[in-house]
Design a binder for this molecule. Structure first.
Ligand code: FCB
Length: 456
């Protein structure tokens, strides 16, 4: 049996630096990021990846989730950059040398600028072009990669771009939400098949680990702001169904419902994905609960024009992160239980907190891992946990201020400094390894790591 994977996750644009050929770079130049920040050198991971992976090894991680940057592979349409490919080869070699089983994400939010110029993920040519990119990745890196995520948070991406206004091109067009979801799903299906067909030979330390392809699904624990309120209860069901469930139905070969009757058009079904599974595992990215508040005749602007709906990220009694997201581990448990009903292996592909002074991260880690452990004991097939993130990074529209790293980055000199929570994570991993063979039993934490709770 494969060992439980203890990992951390990153994404190319957020850490590498110098990703000047993608849509986010342009968006940053247009002044769309808070404080008008630009990713620039980001964490300079491009030059410091060896140091970063050494830290991961020192923290006793046995896995690392990262993404490859399409705009580096193919900076212009049909022009492939061999240097970029070589760099990712080096990255994989470094993972191998340090005992970090790689989980490779093909698409983590950014697209090459030339793709964006043609209409991005809403462009009908998107999926075939993504397939060409995938084939390049498969032929150049594929033999050494056991775990793959095709797309990261496709639903969040489609909404961020065409409804929420927080991702480029920030066009308000509900029809494109459905279109983007369908194209991303098409891209996912083509990539799933291309990886399984294209990876014919395996090499390296993980050559016997079964090849598995999944996607990373952002899941939110939606709740009615007032449990008695019929409209809020109805919206809660609707959001759970659309946001949390639709992709899971699609990748497991059931109906594809990337629309909402009367609100978002339902795009045509993609025949090649009906009646069969196009994932080998489900990745859960979990960060938050959201209360839905009905604002029928409110004079405050509704969050979206599609529904008279306000989103509330916490209750007054909740502990919140520096982004105002409630710390709510029970939601992770609930999401795992839901995904379990689809009968597939599960990875927690992201989970973490913005906490610059590391005041909450330790207890956050423990409380969320306890939910993971509980769900494993209750029969969920959770095979790994990837904390977001290994290092501080460029948090999309929020810029550099939110600090999600187990490791602090000093942006003046790019020094890396593991936070106390990183040490806690290492201790958890070691405690678990010592009791290998069982579901992670985290009860040990109550006594051994009490001091971390007391710091709060
Ligand atoms: C997730 C993204 C990841 C990071 C975290 C905080 O939605 O996948 O890149 O921004 O949120």
């Amino acid at each position: 049996m494969q060992q439980f994977l203890w990992g951390a996750a990153t994404s190319s644009h957020q850490i590498e630096g110098g990703n000047l050929n993608n849509d986010w770079w342009q968006w940053e130049k247009d002044g769309q990021i808070e404080r008008k920040e630009q990713s620039g050198l980001a964490t300079d991971h491009w030059n410091r990846f060896r140091e970063d992976l050494k830290i991961a090894q020192d923290l006793k991680l046995n896995s690392y989730r990262f993404s490859v940057e399409w705009s580096r592979f193919e900076p212009q349409e049909g022009v492939w950059d061999e240097n970029a490919i070589l760099w990712y080869r080096e990255l994989l070699r470094e993972c191998e040398g340090r005992g970090l089983l790689p989980m490779l994400t093909l698409h983590h939010f950014t697209i090459p600028k030339w793709v964006a110029d043609k209409g991005g993920v809403a462009w009908e040519g998107f999926a075939p072009k993504f397939l060409e990119f995938t084939k390049r990745v498969v032929s150049s890196l594929g033999s050494r990669v056991p775990l793959w995520c095709t797309v990261n948070e496709p639903m969040g991406l489609a909404i961020g771009k065409y409804l929420g206004g927080f991702m480029p091109p920030a066009t308000y067009n509900p029809e494109l939400v459905s279109q983007a979801n369908r194209n991303l799903f098409h891209a996912h299906v083509l990539a799933y098949d291309a990886i399984h067909q294209g990876v014919t030979q395996r090499e390296g330390p993980w050559k016997d680990v079964p090849l598995a392809v999944g996607f990373a699904h952002n899941m939110i624990d939606f709740l009615p702001a007032r449990s008695w309120h019929p409209m809020e209860r109805w919206m809660t069901l609707l959001c759970r169904n659309f946001y949390n469930r639709s992709w899971l139905d699609a990748v497991t070969g059931q109906k594809q419902h990337f629309g909402i009757t009367g609100l978002l058009p339902n795009p045509p079904q993609l025949g090649i994905a009906l009646g069969r599974k196009t994932v080998d595992f489900i990745g859960i990215n979990y960060y938050m609960k959201v209360y839905l508040r009905w604002r029928f005749k409110s004079n405050q602007p509704a969050t979206s024009e599609v529904l008279p709906l306000a989103l509330q990220f916490s209750e007054p009694t909740d502990k919140v992160s520096e982004l105002g997201w409630a710390v709510y581990p029970a939601g992770l448990g609930r999401m795992i239980r839901f995904v379990k009903t689809f009968g597939l292996p599960i990875y927690i592909t992201e989970n973490g907190i913005a906490d610059a002074h590391d005041k909450m991260r330790s207890s956050y880690l423990v409380s969320h891992l306890r939910e993971v452990a509980k769900s494993i004991r209750d029969g969920a097939d959770v095979r790994g946990y990837f904390h977001w993130s290994l290092i501080d990074n460029f948090e999309w529209i929020k810029g550099f201020e939110p600090r999600f790293g187990l490791v602090e980055i000093n942006y003046e000199n790019f020094q890396r400094l593991p936070r106390p929570s990183a040490e806690l994570y290492r201790n958890i991993i070691e405690a678990h390894k010592a009791a290998r063979g069982q579901a992670p039993d985290l009860s040990v934490l109550d006594t051994n790591f009490l001091k971390y709770f007391l710091q709060e």
